[in-house]
Unconditional design. Sequence first.
Lengths: 471, 598
Amino acid sequence: MDKNSNILARLDWITVILWLVMMAMGWLNIYAAVYNENHTSIFDLSQRYGKQLMFIIAALVLAVFVMVTDNKLWFFFAWFIYGFFMLLLILVLVLGKEVNGARAWFDFGAFGLQPSEFAKFATGLALASYLNSQRQLYNTRTMVSATAIILSPALLIALQPDMGSVITYFAFFIVLYREGMSIWVFITAILAVVLFLLTLMLGNLPVAVGLLVVAAIALIVTSGYKVSLRAAGVMAVAGGVAYAAGHYLLDLELVLIILIAVLLAGIVYAWYIYRQKMKNQAAIYVFLLFGLLYLFTVDYAFHNVLKPHQQTRINIMLGVEADPYGEGYNLNQSLISIGSGGFAGKGYLNGTQTKFKFVPEQSTDFIFCTVGEEWGFIGSTVVIGFFVWLLLRLLMMAERQRTTFVRAYGYGVFGLFLVHFFVNIGMTIGVMPVIGIPLPFFSYGGSSLWGFTILLFIFLRLDAGRTEYLG
Amino acid sequence: MAVVLLLALILIVRLFYIQIVDKTYRVSAANNALRPVTQYPARGLIYDRNGELIVYNQAAYDLLVIPVHTSAFDTARFNNILGITMDDFRARMKSALSYSRRAPSVFMKMISSETYALLQEELYRFPGFYVQARTLRKYTRPVAAHLLGYVGEVDNKLISKDKYYRSGDYIGVSGIEKSYEEHLRGRKGVNIFLVDVHNNIKGSYAEGRFDTVAIPGTSLWSTLDLSLQEYGERLMQNKTGSIVAIEPATGEILTLVSSPTYDPSLLVGRIRSENFSMLQADTVKPLFDRALMASYPPGSTFKIMNGLIGLQEGVIRPTSLFSCSNGYHVGSLTVGCHSHRSPLDLPEAVAQSCNAWFCNAFRNILENPDYSSVHDAYDKWREYLVAFGFGNKLGIDLPNELSGFIPASSYYDRYYGKDRWKALTVISLAIGQGEIGATPLQMANMAAVIANRGSFYIPHVVKKIGDNGAPSPLYTQKYITGISPENFEPVIEGMEGAVNGGPGSTARGARLDSIIICGKTGTAQNPHGKDHSIFVAFAPKDNPQIAIAVYVENAGFGSTFAAPIASLLIEKYLTGEVKRTYLEDHVLKMVIKPGGQE
């Protein structure tokens, strides 16, 4: 009893209130998004807002349940939970119901469960547990193991395929960064993702040229014009040779010629760089070479490993291929919807774009359209403000932990919310490519609401018991 | 922390830009109701063989509704314009809603031009409603209903099977409209319009990038001779039966009459379903295309076939004489015949339609010592008939053709037991009675084969697809029947005699002074009433231009009714006008009640 009251006293009520407020706002917007005159009862289970209300009530129960558990449970059973959800992710590939071309759901008749939403907190726990057990985080072995923990569920989700959810798993690299991973590894990882997306969206030639330009700028900045000019000269000669050989003799495509030129230049230049001990140039060269090789791997993997329908799905996800109303229909409708909201919005339930259902998936991934149209710039800013508040609160809480376990988990929670928040809102206003992931506590759907609630409340529970000893 | 704030700032700046700085989105939103308007292409026209227009299109308008785009409006005024009641309105709205809330559905079909004009002015007051132009079929003359067919709405079964069709689309349901649907329909287009909240079209969406242009249907030149068709239908008035006339040299169908018929314009537009039920309920079955779908025993006209096969097999000669004593008598079996001079040779037997002669000939065919059994000889006999197009669908370019029936030897094996039947068992086949059945189309094709002395093209009703088009390649391939040309001459001589010969000839009523018509009468036994009168013919004897089969149900002997009708049509087609008005009057005055009971 003493312990329980202790927990309530130590519970971070600000976060709890933020959570409640966001769920309430989310529900109001779902109501607006699916509103029609014929069904106005908020408990109407044939309508999405009726169902979401049930989901919210269930989420409250889940939150209470998590709060009454013992702190040590999450620590000791982290691996067991991780294993359990990995198993579910495998099972869903076999037993799952195919919706929109992806096997992401277990179908229970009246409702479905999406294991990828729950695997997030499981991955966070496992990663935190692993990092907690390591004395030394800077060595490669630890980083490789940690990466494997993060990417294993992501790989299984990629098989569904649900590329949007896969991308969110990269949020866990924020944890590694906090626990000592070099910022460069982190940047490399982000670059890899960016390069991957850019290659698929723009084609590999523009990206290859882009890499050359970036390398050239880096060289100028670090080594000055003299060295850069010399390097450019070597590149030009190597490029000329490669072009002559590749184009006239072998009829190679331009990107391959660039790669050969860089390799040639590298062979000629290696000795010079070595003798002069030019670390910066070497690093830039390595960056360029690996960048180009990566480009090819992505390109090859995409066109030869993935099946045509998977390519199409990725292309559609990236907006490279057109949907029935043409390329960028979703984004265009979303922009019109949000843009027409103006400063103060059109008023609750008065959004014409919302009412006429121009934006597909408006109650799920594009729920922010309703916010933007009906509540305007003010409402949008308030929602963003709430997210910023939540994120900063999470950051603060993570930093006040004594154990690596809870801190690492906290950063995982922070990272996931950050990615979901930025990618989701970003895609509705054209800052990010269209990637189908939900906006936490706003988007319609039981799985995502419950997944995020459990994710958050495990952290709140661990935080409330931060003075207790875990081991 | 800085990262969080930076990312939030990016979002807020972007929101500030699209929501406050950039006004274009607000304008877009006002025009953002997208309305896809299907552009229905005009259906292809149909001409007759002389380039005379038969079928064309007239404009009609469908009123459509998108339920989610509707809002409160003056329903009383609306119903007043359309002339419907409030209950009717509710029912229509409900059915539109049950189809889809967001997709357009037809609220009222084919509203008249006057209503359309009235509605168009006030349409802005009825958000969610709009009008779509359609075309309906129109006919220059009320003829050839069976051949042309009609257009109806697609059913749900087809919609789920064929992606081209959407609910409310039209499709050819029968006749040429059905068999040439893919040419006639053209291709639908779509215009996507921006519509504001006041239901006004603000222009095309994305500069028409997603619009497609409707491609009009391809016109068809049919093989039909419209005047001849009209004349044939006139002659068949008050009679049940059919006429098929073919140009022998090409297989082109000149006339395809099934009587009783109906005015094709009855099955167009809103009156269609009502009239269809009425026609379907009619006891004389006007919708039934007898020319293609009725199978009769060919009767005496079939003697021609047995004569030809006998000559080709070498079991009879043109000069073969068989005697006849009022019939054919073997033991207890008797096939009766009328009184005539005896014995007769082949041409005389054809001209006078002697049953005994052809029983003898048929027996010779089946008991031919060249074959090991009657069974094998029968198979050979059947082979010739199949080569003539009997027993199978000929493959005319119209739907629902019947194949007729020529029993295979296995049929008799099953019926009598293997090797338990002989020539006498199936002797009625000698005179075209018994189990066999052939359609008027097949009989006309037989006449064409004889006119061509042994070959034919599959009968067809479309000679050109498109202005400079060709018929389907199916119809430019020549079929050979396996009967040598010289074997046709004695039979043709007999057919000439039947029409132009002396006393005893069966079809003297078909005689024409100026042109030599070759013909053969027949009587199809009808177990349900009076026998059917049949006449097959071609003319002129040399270089034939027309081959014809005429059936008049319940009219008795072929010579009385079918022969004069065929003769009049031949006269009309070959000379351009009918001089024998007395014969024409006689035919027009004939009334034969279905069933034939006097």
